[in-house]
Design a protein around this ligand. Structure first.
Ligand code: HEM
Length: 430
């Protein structure tokens, strides 16, 4: 807002800070004031225009020309000069992928890379997902307690993602620490002291991705019959280097390792937490597993793992009656849109029988809508199927939930559960 004019936004809006405890604990609740009375506002604290209502968020997603995704993976907390030095020294060059690419390149690239997501191609992965989940279940079934994040919900999506991509995994723990560095780097608020360590982590991740890519490219060039989405991309790079560029391959390798597994791991943890908190709905699922796909969708609406996403205006544009100037950075809070009573009746209530859960915004919307949404859904459904079948009497343990402080990716860092092993159905009825 121009100086001299009285600012149209409330003090609460102007000082809105997504790193504050309210948003970090419950982003939808933190934006209730905005949904109710100032649906589009400028946060001076963060330098972003915040959009909180369902229809407004959808309108921004729908027009990716006026509202460019170019800033989707921008560091929300600018690098300090010391951190910049680290990135420069290490040759860090993360740039456009798909999710932050403009038209017309984005659509040409997306079309060239769609085959791996066809329903038949995805169906081939289902047995692998079920096998992985069963192995994890076997390991804990007689234990009577577990941190499901540690014992299953991180490893399964990670392994599935790497298999889907074809990326060889030689060092899981290293990749796990890289993912955290990438999330904090993109969506977090590292202190100036932490910035250098985060930059070092990200730069190592970048160089690691380059090495893996070089190995995979050599296999393609040697004509090896190797399978996976990264291999598809490398092959398309050889056919259409202007569309599927070299930098794209390297940037995508880094972005997709996070996009394909953390989102799903956190969404699964959120879903199990919600379902186990609403015992009657959990019981309904145990009695009738056909309800699981609808339950997955409702959990993605109620407690999604991607709670906010960004755009930047390419010209002056109106959103919800407010004019956002050209170059305005926008934070769409999908967690808020998913709790908008204008679209979802009684929105704060988890209700697996709701008929419009699938309208949620957790996968984005429009030209960039998540390509992996059906992989994520399938994994969540299989995880819930196996747990509800083999330990239907599972309960949440008393615990305080903690989150990695950041504005977009959300899910508990641990999910402690317990169950009476003498009541395991497979013991009573072997
Ligand atoms: C894009 C969320 C799982 C691959 C996105 C976007 C969101 C998102 C919010 C941006 C959408 C937009 O701008 O409109 C999620 C969530 C997941 C999930 C919540 C799990 C529950 C996956 C998986 C994969 C994947 C498993 C890959 C195997 C992608 C890709 C894009 C994308 C490639 C970019 C599409 C484009 O820009 O054209 N996802 N994602 N995602 N996601 Fe996912």
């Amino acid at each position: 807002p121009a100086k001299g004019k009285s600012c149209p936004f409330s003090a609460q809006a102007r000082s809105f800070d997504p790193f504050g405890p309210a948003y970090q604990q419950d982003p939808s609740e933190a934006l209730r004031f905005s949904r109710d009375s100032e649906p589009v506002f400028y946060s001076e604290a963060m330098g972003y225009w915040v959009v909180s209502r369902y229809d407004d968020i959808k309108a921004v997603f729908r027009d990716n020309i006026t509202f460019s995704p170019a800033n989707a993976l921008e560091k929300i907390t600018p690098a300090t000069p010391e951190a910049m030095d680290v990135l420069k020294r290490e040759g860090y060059g993360m740039n456009r992928t798909l999710v932050n690419e403009d038209e017309p390149v984005h659509m040409a690239r997306r079309r060239a890379l769609l085959d791996a997501f066809a329903p038949e191609a995805l169906a081939e992965h289902a047995p692998m997902v079920r096998r992985l989940v069963r192995e994890k279940m076997d390991a804990i079934i007689d234990r009577g307690q577990s941190d499901l994040v540690e014992d299953m919900l991180w490893d399964v999506p990670f392994t599935v993602a790497m298999q889907f991509l074809g990326v060889p995994v030689d060092d899981i723990d290293r990749l796990r620490s890289f993912s955290v560095a990438h999330t904090v780097n993109t969506w977090g608020r590292p202190t100036p002291e932490q910035q250098v360590a985060v930059a070092e982590g990200v730069a190592k991740f970048w160089n690691y991705c380059g090495e893996v890519l070089a190995r995979m490219s050599a296999q393609v060039d040697a004509g090896e019959d190797v399978q996976g989405w990264m291999y598809d991309m490398i092959r398309q790079n050889r056919v259409m280097p202007d569309i599927v560029t070299d930098n794209y391959l390297h940037s995508m390798m880094m972005a997709i390792i996070v996009a394909a597994h953390e989102t799903t791991a956190l969404a699964s943890a959120n879903a199990l937490r919600q379902l186990l908190t609403h015992r009657h709905q959990w019981q309904a699922i145990c009695d009738d597993p056909a309800l699981i796909p609808a339950a997955v969708e409702e959990c993605l609406r109620h407690s999604g793992s991607m709670v906010a996403w960004r755009r930047i205006t390419t010209k002056d544009a109106e959103v919800g009656g407010v004019t956002i100037p050209k170059g305005g950075r926008i934070l769409m809070v999908m967690a808020s849109g998913n709790h908008d009573p204008r679209h979802f009746e009684n929105p704060d209530q988890l209700d697996i029988w709701r008929d419009n859960s699938a309208d949620h915004l957790t996968f984005g919307y429009g030209a960039h809508q998540c390509m992996g949404k059906n992989i994520g859904r399938m994994e969540m459904a299989i995880i819930i199927e196996e747990i509800s079948r083999r330990i239907p009497h599972i309960e949440l343990a008393d615990q305080d939930f903690t989150y990695l402080p950041n504005i977009s990716l959300r899910g508990p860092e641990a999910l402690h559960v317990r169950w009476d092993v003498t009541q395991n159905p497979e013991r009573r009825d072997p």
